[in-house]
Design a protein around this ligand. Structure first.
Ligand code: IFM
Length: 442
């Protein structure tokens, strides 16, 4: 595997998934706290109250990063720690990120901060959440405070992580907080999230900060196995729903009309899209973050409003049931280059969940994760070789953590976490990643 000398290797996490300390230092209730308490929403009613206790153990976790040899750490800021009520800035919450970032800097590791990784204060939801245009203002106020207070420590800013999930999983399929199932409401949520991204970028530019700013999208390439007219229609709809709804406004300053027409079946009122909004969303950014896990095989169905469904695929699957598909990773990046943008791309997440077991001598031989990591990094190195301007890679995740509706039942970490004792044990994949990073620096 060959990488350019300035290629950045990193690891990624997010606030609700690892921090814990749910009631400390003035953090207010997050929408995920309440969602976890609702029976049947999260596996075994697990929650983020303690998670990996990173809030108290960040020193140990940063030491794990130093030993691993990564150059950059991607984390997210918990909005409920920063504004505990409308207009109420919480300095103690911000201090946590300052402590953590100072520690990171002292170990020579760069910081990539995500502003929204689905951790919304309940008070914002009570005011309408992303369904309300007012939420954009709350988000920008929060973003500006983070830029102001943390700007000196942060090397990359990411406005949103996976708006697809924050919109569809939260408002259409109902798997994520706040658990709504309504496509028309999800469409409105997409618009306000994208608008808040553009407004935050504009505010950032006005503040004159220089670190690159972008967004992280979980773009997922779709395929069909039988090439029929109806399957091609299904694939078009899948791609519109999953990818074009987010890439088009960012890079073409429009929403895909075929997708909005399709969604009109669920609700026709689109008047919340105001004149000028698409210019705001299309405000130039400095890089595109891509989270890639899997391809998706689809087929036509008359049984739902989107006219597509997942098809049975014979690819090997991870513990999430996702296809292991490194070659399709290349298709995806080439497609983005062809259809959308030349901006630098960072792979802001890539990783896999498997059933890990600890051997009697305290080791985790996670061969399947090692294989997934190596095969995906090989493809990334080919992207670099082909001159596709891919500038960094973040493994998801440093630690096993709270995997949303799956609770702690799915492990993505390079480092095993014993959720009873909170002990951290590097897995074989951690040592393999370290070896690859070291090799690449020779
Ligand atoms: O754990 C999540 C993360 O929060 C967002 N991207 C996908 C990961 C694995 O499902």
């Amino acid at each position: 595997m060959k990488f350019n000398k300035d290629f950045l290797f990193g690891v990624a996490t997010s606030s609700y998934q690892i921090e814990g300390a749910a009631k400390e230092d003035g953090r207010c209730e997050s929408i995920w706290d309440g969602f976890c308490r609702q029976p049947g929403k999260v596996y075994m009613e697990h929650n983020g109250d303690v998670a990996c206790d990173h809030y108290h153990r960040y020193g140990e976790d940063i030491e794990l990063m130093r030993q691993l040899g990564v150059q950059v750490y991607r984390f997210s800021i918990a909005w409920p720690r920063i504004f505990s009520a409308e207009g109420q800035y919480n300095e103690k919450g911000m201090d946590f990120y300052k402590r953590m970032l100072k520690e990171l800097k002292s170990k020579g590791i760069k910081a990539a901060a995500t502003l929204y990784h689905w951790d919304m204060p309940v008070w914002v939801l009570e005011k309408g959440g992303w369904e309300s245009r007012e939420c954009v203002n709350y988000f920008v106020e929060y973003a500006k405070k983070c830029f102001e207070e943390l700007g000196e420590y942060v090397d990359f800013w990411i406005t949103h992580n996976e708006p697809y999930c924050a919109a569809y999983l939260s408002y259409y399929t109902g798997e994520h907080a706040p658990g709504v199932r309504d496509l028309a409401r999800a469409t409105k949520v997409i618009h306000h999230i994208m608008l808040s991204h553009g407004e935050a970028v504009r505010a950032y530019r006005r503040m004159g900060l220089l670190a690159p700013i972008g967004i992280a999208l979980n773009v997922q390439p779709g395929y069909i196995s039988e090439d029929t007219f109806l399957n091609r229609l299904a694939l078009n709809n899948y791609d519109g729903y999953t990818n074009r709804m987010f890439l088009d406004p960012l890079f073409k300053r429009s929403y895909p009309a075929d997708v909005l027409n399709l969604y009109a079946g669920a609700g026709r009122d689109l008047t919340y899209i105001k004149e000028g909004d698409l210019d705001i969303i299309g405000e130039p950014i400095d890089f595109l973050g891509i989270n890639f896990y899997s391809r998706h095989l689809v087929e036509y169905t008359p049984d739902n409003e989107l006219l597509f469904k997942s098809a049975r695929s014979d690819y090997p699957k991870t513990a999430m049931g996702w296809d292991v598909s490194p070659e399709e990773f290349m298709d995806l990046i080439e497609r983005i280059r062809k259809d959308y943008t030349d901006l630098p791309i960072y792979i802001t997440e890539n990783g896999s969940a498997w059933e890990d077991t600890v051997t009697p001598d305290g080791k985790i031989h996670d061969e399947k994760r090692v294989d997934y990591l190596v095969r995906h990094l090989e493809v990334v190195s080919r992207m670099v070789e082909k001159g596709l301007n891919v500038k960094g890679y973040f493994a998801w995740s440093l630690l096993d953590n709270f995997e949303w509706a799956f609770g702690y039942s799915r492990r993505f970490g390079l480092v095993y976490v014993d959720f009873d004792t909170l002990e951290r044990i590097p897995k074989d994949s951690y040592w393999k990643y370290k070896e690859i990073i070291e090799e690449s620096r020779k």
